[in-house]
Design a protein around this ligand. Structure first.
Ligand SMILES: [Cu+2]
Length: 257
C-alpha cells in the first residue's frame, strides 16, 4: 500500500502547488473617499496579471530590479502608462480594487477578483517621490500604512475578505504625513505555493498620488528590495499543515500617526 499512498500524496501535493497557475490579479482602480477615480487611471498596471516571486529581484536578472517595487519588469506595463496623479487629502479613506484581468469585473469568472486558492495577506505602503509619474522607482523609502493578514479564530485571510468585497480593499491614508507626491504600493502575497522559497506570489501595483493637507510626521521607512527576505516566516510558510495559528505579515510594523 505504501507506494500507492505515496503516489496519491504526490498527486495531492502537485495539485495544491500547481493548480490555478493563471488565476492571478491586478490592482486597477482607486477610490478616494468613495469617489471612483476611473479604471487604470493613476495606476501603473501591467497587461499580464502574473506574480513576482523573487523578493530580491537581482540575482542574474538585474534588469528585473524594479519588479518587487512596482511590477513592470517581467510583466511589462500597459501602454501608455497613466500620467494622472490622483489628489488625496491626508486622512482620506481610499479603496483599491483588484480584478483577475484588465478587463475588469467579471461576475461569470470564478477566479475574479482572484482565485480563492490564493490565500494570504493584503498590504499597503506609501513612499514620497519627487514626481509621482517619474519612471525611476528605485531608492524610494517606503512605510507600511495598512495590512490585513490572518484571523486565526475563523481561519480567514486578507484575500478572503478581498474576495468577499468583490475585489475592493479599503484603508486610510495617514493624516499626519507631509503633503506631497507619493506612490501607493498596494500588494497581495498569495501563499498557496509558499512552503519553499521561491514560492510565495507577490502581486502589486503602484498608484500615483498627490497628498494634500497632512502634517509634519516623517515615518520610519524600509527599502524595496530589502523589506522582504525568503526566510521571513510570512514569506515561506506551509499554510495547509500544520494549521496556521499565528501569521506574521512580512515587512515593517504599520505606521500610525
Ligand atoms: Cu495566481
Amino acid at each position: 500500500m505504501a507506494p500507492t499512498l505515496s503516489i496519491a500524496t504526490g498527486l495531492l501535493l502537485f495539485s495544491i502547488s500547481g493548480f490555478n497557475c493563471f488565476a492571478h490579479t491586478i490592482f486597477q482602480e482607486l477610490y478616494v473617499n468613495g469617489v471612483d477615480q476611473g479604471q487604470l487611471n493613476g495606476i501603473r498596471v501591467p497587461d499580464y496579471d502574473g506574480p513576482i516571486t523573487d523578493v530580491t529581484s537581482n540575482g542574474e536578472h538585474k534588469h528585473l530590479l524594479v519588479d518587487i517595487i512596482c511590477n513592470g519588469g517581467i510583466n511589462p506595463y500597459h501602454q501608455p502608462i497613466s500620467q494622472t496623479i490622483v489628489p488625496v487629502p491626508a486622512g482620506a479613506q481610499v479603496t483599491a480594487e483588484w480584478h483577475h484581468t484588465l478587463a475588469g469585473a467579471d461576475p461569470t469568472d470564478p477566479a475574479d477578483p482572484i482565485d480563492s486558492s490564493h490565500k494570504g495577506p493584503v498590504i499597503s505602503y506609501l513612499a514620497a517621490i519627487p514626481n509621482a509619474t517619474q519612471t525611476d522607482v528605485t531608492g524610494l523609502k517606503w512605510f507600511k500604512i495598512w495590512e490585513d493578514g490572518y484571523i486565526a479564530s475563523n481561519q480567514t485571510w486578507g484575500v478572503d475578505r478581498l474576495i468577499a468585497n468583490k475585489g475592493k480593499v479599503t484603508f486610510d491614508i495617514p493624516s499626519c504625513i507631509p503633503a506631497g507626491q507619493y506612490l501607493l504600493r498596494h500588494e497581495i502575497i498569495a501563499l498557496h505555493a509558499a512552503s519553499s522559497y521561491p514560492g510565495a506570489q507577490f502581486y502589486m501595483e503602484c498608484a500615483q498620488l498627490q497628498i494634500t493637507g497632512g502634517g509634519n510626521t516623517e515615518p520610519s521607512t524600509v527599502s524595496f528590495p530589502g523589506a522582504y527576505a525568503g526566510t521571513d516566516p510570512g514569506v515561506t510558510i506551509n499554510i495547509y499543515y500544520p494549521p496556521v495559528t499565528n501569521y506574521t505579515v512580512p515587512g515593517p510594523d504599520v505606521f500610525t500617526c
